[in-house]
Design a protein around this ligand. Sequence first.
Ligand SMILES: [Zn+2]
Length: 297
Amino acid sequence: MRNVRRVPYGEEAQGGWAFGDDACELTDVALAASNLFLRHICDKKPPNERYGCGVWRCHLARSRVVISSAIILAVLMALFAAFLFSKSRTTQMFGDIFARVETERPVIALTFDDGPSVRFTPEVLALLKERDVTATFFLIGREIEENPAGIRAIIEAGHQVGNHTYSHPDMTLAGPQTVASEIERTDAAIRAAGYQGEIYFRPPYGKKLVTLPWYLSRNDRKTIMWDVEPESFPEAAANADLIAEHVIENARNGSIVLMHVMYGSRRLSREALPKIIDGLRARGFEFVTVSQLIEGQ
Ligand SMILES: [Zn+2]
């Protein structure tokens, strides 16, 4: 048999945790796992009993290795599946979720996450105004409170405002109280700025699992994801031209484009924005807010 070591009795008995009363055939991996398991058990015994512990029968060790490995593998697979599911742009456990909208019309929603920052909100709004584009801003509650003039300017310019939580945490494992507080405090800040429309929600990092979708569904709230995200591809994010190219090539009817333009580190995305707008217009697309996109289905 390949990859098999024969372990004679007593080979590692000095440490008090070897196994096998004659010889034992196990692959190297199983051998290592089994030794770790026995060491764990034996170290809990008083020193004078450890030798007896070391002569557990090989088949016992082997079956335990198989069962433990199966359990560990199943747990790892379940965790990995939950991780992938938490990042899904198109599915969640409860409630409505949109990564794009199925439509024949050549319409696209530009969406901007985070902020409103004091420094860059005016620049972004000026750029959109210059090209007569309406967009959707998913804002952070704490930053709205720090910059109420920023959100008011966004609302006055006719853009849509969405909720992006109060403090931008990863909400995958957030408890019910955290979920409610993150969303409700941000709603309150948005309403305090005078916003009238339905408030859509976008989870920070696009992460959600059970509690968040459950809360959103119970409160009849829509989760808005995206289908075009140029900044997530290092080869596209290298310069403004490549960012624009990525969006212009990948956007299609009903797309929701995700960009970050509110912080100093996002200079390339701000530089790409006019190129994106001009390039998509040249392909015949019109710009709408996310609610216009969804309601016009
Ligand atoms: Zn964000």
